[in-house]
Write a protein that binds this ligand. Structure first.
Ligand code: 5GP
Length: 202
């Protein structure tokens, strides 16, 4: 329906519910493609290489940096993460909308490079709720939770330069907001003009 692929970038502190929201978005918009990042972290149970991430060694990741293979990369929680330039270029050529779930450092790099991309920051309703959500995940030890909360505070400061902020208090409402943002991004004049020009020969 629209012409050019849209680049949607979503960041959030861990525990804000970003993964659930991104999965919901893909269900709503089946043509939206999720970018598969490269990372040096070890796969978690159930994660598949090439599906959740492309898992690579630190050596390979550094080679890729040297080869200018990344549109952006960052070090997060002592691991490297990066978005391949090829992935974004392919989406652009194919006119496919692409969703990037990346941290604030990487998002900031893309904000300078892609002026038409849409940047969304997802916030937890409060720090208390964030702590409660992190504690509910049996996987994290208390000191890891404290580190995640300290990092969340740093990340929340970055929310100010994103295009949209969603407070994820009620999941259903947050999902509706995210869907609305993508719908609006698909209906900008910039997106629609090519099609409208053909329809009305203007
Ligand atoms: P996790 O290890 O929990 O999957 O992800 C940790 C953090 O890395 C999350 O905030 C996630 O958004 C971020 N991340 C995942 N892929 C990328 C990427 O390609 N680039 C950057 N900058 N951050 C990423």
């Amino acid at each position: 329906m629209h012409n050019e692929g849209i680049l949607i970038v979503i960041s959030a502190p861990s525990g804000a519910g970003k993964t659930t929201l991104c999965n919901g978005l893909i269900q709503k918009f089946p043509t939206l493609k999720e970018s598969v990042s490269f990372t040096t972290r070890t796969p978690r149970a159930g994660e598949q290489d090439g599906v959740n991430y492309n898992f690579v060694t630190v050596e390979r990741f550094k080679e890729m940096i040297a080869e200018n293979s990344f549109a952006e990369w960052a070090e997060v929680h002592d691991n490297f993460y990066g978005t391949s330039l090829d992935t974004l270029e392919q989406a652009r050529v194919d006119g496919i909308d692409i969703l990037l779930d990346i941290d604030c450092q990487g998002a900031k790099i893309l904000k300078k490079k892609f002026v038409n991309a849409v940047f969304v920051f997802v916030l937890p309703p409060s720090l208390e709720e964030l702590r409660r959500r992190l504690e509910l995940r049996s996987s994290d030890s208390p000191d890891v939770i404290e580190r995640r909360i300290a990092r969340a505070m740093e990340e929340i400061h970055e929310a100010r330069w994103y295009d949209y902020i969603i407070v994820n208090d009620k999941l259903e409402l947050a999902q509706y907001y995210l869907t609305s943002i993508v719908t609006a991004a698909r209906l900008t004049t910039r997106q629609m003009l090519g099609q409208v020009s053909k329809m009305f020969d203007i």
